[in-house]
Every structure is written in structure tokens, then in C-alpha cells.
Design a protein around this ligand. Sequence first.
Ligand SMILES: O=C(O)CCC(=O)C(=O)O
Ligand SMILES: [Fe+2]
Length: 661
Amino acid sequence: MEWGRHDPMNHRRPQPQLGQPSASSTLGPVPEPGIAPVPGSAGGRPPAALEKEQNLLEGFRNVLAGEGRKATFTCAGRLPLVLHSGRDDTGDLTPRTDREVQEQRIVTECVRIRFGAESGGNILSLPMDGEPHEAEALDKLIQGCDQATFGRHGKDVLDETYRRAGAMGIGDFMTDFCPYKTGIIDIVTQLLLPSIVGDLTSGPQRSELAVQHDVTADQEHQIRYAVEYEICASNQSDMRSLRVSHLPSLLAILDVPLAGRAEFEEILQVFALQRTGSINFPDVFAVAAKRLHAKRLAGERTRGTQTLGPNELRRRMMFRGLRAELYKLNVYSGPHGLFKPHVDTPRSDMQIGSLVVCLPVPFEGGALAVRHQGQEVVHDWSAGMCADNKMVIQWAAFYSDCEHEVLKVTAGHRITLTYNLFLTPGTGLLAGKALSLQPSQLPLSQQMKVSCATPEFMPQGGYIGFMLTHGYPHTHKDLHHFVPNMLKGSDIVLYEAMHAVGLSSALEPIDSDSLPGHDALQHLERLHQANRRSWKNQHTEIGTHEANSRLAATEIEYEPDENSELCEEDVDMDSSEYEDVHEKTRNAPMKQRMRAREKIVWIGGGGQEELSKAYLAYGNQAELKVKYSKVALLVKVPSWAERGGSGAVASGTMGDPVSLE
Ligand SMILES: O=C(O)CCC(=O)C(=O)O
Ligand SMILES: [Fe+2]
């Protein structure tokens, strides 16, 4: 069977997957696990060439699956408790020697919880040593808890068949347990936010123009990049054909848009520009520099990735840290305590994970199962909590978009402290340790390099869409630029691998119909063209990912599935706030978006099923406008001719050009 433009039904048909019958739904199942034939690529090509291409694409799937299996999505640990340790003068239990730090040999003392009126009434000290007043304090703590609710369809619900637990908010208790002091946050940071090894580019020297206008090298990159992007977006051949009328969109790309007509007129006057005239590079530079300065003076926060220079973006990617915020104390009591499968509602668009610390109180059952991409890790803490062996604090952390559940507690009380983990700028001190990524060495980079060096691989060029396996939260259109450094597990491996190869790529929100934006490919093409131009023009070192993230709200539609007990929280969103790319996307004709989807060879798709079903919130903050987005990384594969054909260096890239040796 041939696929491609020669098939008159092609645009209406969902893309069949390798080895799978095509689905009958009108929207089609794409993207789903598996490889679709390269759209429009079959006509006239010898079967052997097609087979070679399919094998290379299949290679991506295998490598991705391997990365998925390797990638960490949850981690856990135990902290031995030392009672009456005899602190040193500083009262500090933090490891002091380098060896202790490396081995994370940390112990902790008993944990105290102060609760009751004004947090002053009662103290529970754990582990309990059998004194009657301790049992009394434990009883009081349990009595002082509210019944835990959770969010479902945007509302707080109390449903004991789904969640049976007591909850105490942070306003009602205090504890001296500290996840930083005990080293937990260090470990979780290393495991869930692997650092990326690579040099920050020093970038080219500032030009005279930049010095004259007092802009940094990063800002100079941004301006040059915006110009290239505008040239491509407006189908101009080069700078010489840019006119005054291009200024507004060029400034918008730079994230310093003109407020209105009056401002436009003012700029024309200040820079003595003719309304219908052409503009030259120094003019554009001067206007842009002035606006960037004004913005900085106004103390406005930078908005999109468009305005992040290559160094800034890499820095954010390379040095990631975590901040833990105590959220709740929960008590799951036998014989009925449980919390069925759910994902944690992100509390902000910077939330990346959740941490659960299990306090030393005996209980049975109550394992925490965490799932991602068909894999499951079960943290069973009951053994460590049995009556004669309770000298340990156990904890687990996981990406909060991963489905998890607390199995039934059959006896005793399972008392936990839960923390939300937010991304923060890290110090990068961990870089170079075993958990670091070396992007150019990643199997995915190698696979892409080999593919690009093969003439049979997408000879006319094309697009590959990798579905990310995790969901990404965000509240607001202005905040989506955090997404690249929010990437988790195997998603960051994929992103980094494509970055290392130097292909143009873009993070694209995928909506509840599994469709990308109608202009997703135009956007990617423009990036690619801009990248090529910049590369050719020696305006090097603007990474291919800098202007490319345009994630916005994606509502995840809940389709009840009788086999699933999962629920979805439908966080209320004021759609008027989302006048962005995605809004336009939503309103764009379905046909266009389907066409965009069909032009892409999809690889992977595992995460979305899980995400769309396992969508449930907990807690009492249903009003927060935070959602997980489904996201794809779209990659532009240049044609064989553009890749260098004869085996020379590919010209479709910049930064790290694909070297086809
Ligand atoms: O207690 C646990 O292990 C997990 C609790 C949980 O999933 C939650 O509070 O959302
Ligand atoms: Fe949870």
C-alpha cells in the first residue's frame, strides 16, 4: 500500500500505524505509539528506499522506548532515626564531611508535630515510645484532621470510596521535620532533574552596533533573530525588502510590542522613518534596543522564549533546582484508608513534583504505587513501620503528572507530610556527576545523526513529531517559556538530543483531539528558515530552540471509561485570558489542524492516554487556573539536498550544525 499525496483520500484518513489497522474515528488516533509512513513520501520511491526509511524511523521508537524505560519518574529513600543523638553545638545534623555528603548519610532525630489551637495546644513526638500521653496526642491529631477531599471536575468532593483520609492544612500544624536538612531535596533534585553537561556558549563578540546601543550579546542575538524570523514570516527575500510596516510584528516577536497606532507614529517620528519606506538594519536595531531598554527599566519580566538569549535559556536548562513547600499532613487509617489513582493538580505552572514523607508510626498496607508509561513502582513502607522496627522515616518523590494511588491501609495509621516541589533556578553544582546528560552522546542524537546522513531518510525533508510522555502545567500564556526547563525524565532526554543535533524544533501543545495548532508547521518552517539564514549569515549561536516554545492551555477532555476508575478535574479556565496562539488554534478550522497533523510522522504517544484519563485534582484549590498540557516536540528534517547531499555539513541548522561525517 502506498501512502502519500497520491492517495486522494489521504487528507481525510487517519494515519495508519505500522502493523496496525487504520482506525475508523474521524479524527483518528494519531499520534499514537508507532510509526506512520512519511506523508507524501512514497510516490515513485523504490521499495528498498522506503524500507530503509521505515527502519530508521522504527529505530527512533526503539531508542525512545529504551529511554522511557531508563528514565526515572519516581525515587524514594529511608532516613534512619537517631534518638537522643546529642546534637553538636550548632544543633546541626547535616552531613559535614565530603564523604557524608556524597553518601547522603544523613540521620534525623525524632519528629515533632505541634498542632491544635494556634498550633500551640499539643505536641506529638514521633516515634512514640509507649507513653500513654503520646497515644493521647496521636488520637488528638487524628481527631483534629478534616476529612480529606479532592478535586473532581473543578469541585471539591468528599467521596470516601475514592479517598479516605484525614487532612490537616499547614495553618493548623507545625513540624520541625525539614526535607532540606535531611538531604531529601538534594537527592530528589539529582534524580528527577538530571543536570545537563555542556558549555554555555560565550557567543560571538558584540557588534559595534550593540556596543553603540548598549545591548548585551544575548539581546543582540534576539534582535538579529527577530529580524530573520520576520523576513521568513513575511516571505521576504532579505533585509532589504523589509519595510516600516514590518516593524510592529518584528517588535512583537521581540516581546516589546507597540501599544497602538500612536506609539507607531511616535517611533516613525523619533527615528525619522517614512511611513511607506523601507527600514535598514541599524534602524531596526535602534528601535528594538530602545524598547528593550525601556522594558528593562520598567522592570517588566521577560515573557516568552523569544526574549531569552541562548545563554540564558541554556543556563536555565542546565542548572535546575527544586523548592519544596509543605502542603498537608494526611492520616490514612486502617482498615479503610486509601486514595485511588489520580494525578496531583499542579499548584502553579512551576510545579514539577510531589514529595511524600511517611512518619514513623506503625501501620500495615498503604503502599504508594506510582505509574508512568506502563511502568509501576510501588513504595511499600509498612515493613519499615512495624511496631518493632519503626526507627526510620521513609519518603518518595515523583513527577506530579504521574498517576499514583495509596493502596488500602489495613491497620494502624499511615501519617504523611506532603510537599509540592517547584522548579527553581539551581546552582548547577551537580553538573558533571553520574546523573548528568551528555546530549550529543544520547542514543537519540546518534539515531538522528545517522538518519540525517542517510539519503533515503526523508529525501524531500519532513517533520517528525515526538509526543512527550509527561504533562506540563501552566497557568498563563506568559509563563509558558518555563516549559523547556520544566521537561521531565525521558522528555528532557529527547529535547536535549534534538538540540545537540541542531535541528530546528518546536514544542507544540496538542489539544484534546490530539491535534497540533493549524499553523504549527508554518511556525516550525519559519524557525527553520530563520535558523538557516542566521547560520548562513554567521549570526551563529542562537540555539534552535530559543524562539520555539508556544505552549498554552490545553484542556484535557475527560472521556469516561468504564474500565477506569480515574477521574478528571476540570479546572475552570477563563478562556478570555488565553488570547494566544492556542486560542487561535482552537478556533481554526479543524481541517487545517488535521492537515498539519497528517504532515507529521508521529513517533510515540504513550503519555497522552494516561494523562487524559488520570486527571484528577486533590485539595481545596480547584479555583487555580492550572492545567497540564499535552505537548509534542516537532522536529524539522531538512531535505537531503539541504542536509548536504554529498555528505557535507547540513545547512539547515545553526548552533550545532549536523555534521554528516
Ligand atoms: O500519601 C501518599 O503516599 C500519597 C498521597 C497523595 O497522593 C496525595 O496526597 O495526593
Ligand atoms: Fe497525590
